[in-house]
Design a protein around this ligand. Structure first.
Ligand code: FAD
Ligand code: FES
Length: 338
């Protein structure tokens, strides 16, 4: 028998079967809960049980510590209901969720833009559209039920193609194939869109956008979408990398900043390097130095899980950023069992 799940403070309610995770049940019923990886690795879907009993399910220890679990926290993408539940989830919404769909796509363009980064453009079937919000991601559906997630780099409604920026993972199943074997005209199966990391269109608050490496992809989608809508909301983009080559499309945000007074761009290298005259250090320290008071801002952070975690800690603790104004997608690895 399904259990009744009530989300606080909104009062939004839905039913969950024992054999589905709370996230699966919510998404199935068009309720958007915060989520990223969907497999207990990133911690984005964390929330508290206010009453009732939940089975916490399987997850990685760094996504939910024992202390958090003892304090009644769970991960919605891992937990199952054992009774009716009341959950604390301030970010839950019923806002028009886009139903994920599965489609075949053809590789139209494949370009190595850095030693370990490929820019991939996928062509949709002629009769199909793929609707998403700027910042969301898709999954490639691979053999033996494997899935690999990548953020969409072009703006919604920008054409009948999808652009992705993909970093090579040594020993990785999908990216090794992509770098060594894939070619134009190959067909792949995608499913999406997924994720709650997207630009909050109704907000007029100034926003800090932070990316490391290919975390630039969803930020590019957000900025291009915002420009296409003629929004003038101030956006300051910080792009961090270990090496200058990791800022593989630097001319683009430089052009945004040159052409639009409400857009700023700051590239950041982790350590100083010959020929580098820009900012150095960890990206969150550079942001904290520039914006000691972020109480009226939103922050969108995307890329390495380490950066996302330290950025959240630093900006909430030192710069007065409200917890509800921090949005992030951590690029975790796929679940081992997939
Ligand atoms: C929401 C989301 C969006 C993403 N968007 C992008 C994007 O736009 N661009 C991008 O480049 N990447 C993105 N990623 C990351 C990407 O999905 C992973 O890097 C993916 O696993 C690569 O697939 P693969 O098959 O090549 O590697 P996998 O086969 O998944 O292998 C990963 C490699 O790392 C090792 N490994 C696995 N888990 C761990 C671990 N926990 N610690 C250390 N090593 C481990 C494995 O042994 C293996 O060698 C995103 C991830 C998420 C969750
Ligand atoms: S831990 Fe649940 S979505 Fe990543």
């Amino acid at each position: 028998m399904p259990h009744q799940i009530t989300l606080m403070p909104s009062g939004i309610a839905f039913a969950a079967d024992a054999n589905e995770t709370l996230l699966e049940a919510a998404l199935r019923q068009d309720i958007l809960l915060p989520h990223g990886c969907k497999h207990g690795a990133c911690g984005t879907c964390k929330g508290s049980v206010l009453s009732g009993a939940a089975d916490p399910g399987k997850y990685l220890p760094h996504a939910l510590s024992d202390t958090e679990r003892e304090a009644g926290k769970i991960l919605f993408c891992a937990a199952h209901a054992k009774s009716d539940l009341t959950l604390d989830c301030p970010q839950a919404s019923m806002s028009a969720r886009i139903h994920p769909k599965s489609l075949p796509v053809r590789i139209e363009h494949l370009e190595k833009v850095a030693e370990d980064i490929i820019l991939l453009r996928l062509r949709l079937p002629a009769s199909e559209t793929f609707t998403f919000r700027a910042g969301q991601y898709l999954d490639f559906l691979l053999t033996e039920n494997r899935r690999r997630s990548f953020s969409i780099a072009n703006a919604p409604e920008s054409g009948d193609f999808i652009e992705l920026h993909i970093r090579r993972i040594r020993g990785g199943f999908f990216t090794t194939w992509l770098f060594e074997t894939a070619k134009v005209k190959d067909i792949l199966q995608i499913e999406g869109p997924y994720g709650s990391f997207f630009l909050h269109e109704a907000s007029e608050k100034p926003a800090i956008l932070m990316a490391t490496g290919t975390g630039f992809a969803p930020i590019k989608s957000m900025v291009e979408w915002s420009l296409a809508q003629n929004h003038c909301r101030p956006l300051h983009f910080y792009w961090g990398s270990r090496h200058a080559s990791g800022l593989y499309a630097r001319a683009l945000p430089e052009r945004w900043a040159a052409e639009h007074s409400h857009l700023r761009f700051t590239p950041v290298l982790f350590k100083s390097a010959p020929d580098w005259e820009g900012r150095t250090g960890s990206i969150e320290e550079v942001v904290a130095a520039d914006y000691p008071d972020l109480s009226t801002f939103e922050v969108y952070a995307c890329g390495s899980p380490e950066m996302v975690e330290t950025a959240q800690q630093t900006l909430l603790e030192r710069c007065r950023l409200p917890e509800s104004a921090f949005y992030a997608d951590a690029f975790t690895f796929a679940a081992p069992e997939q």
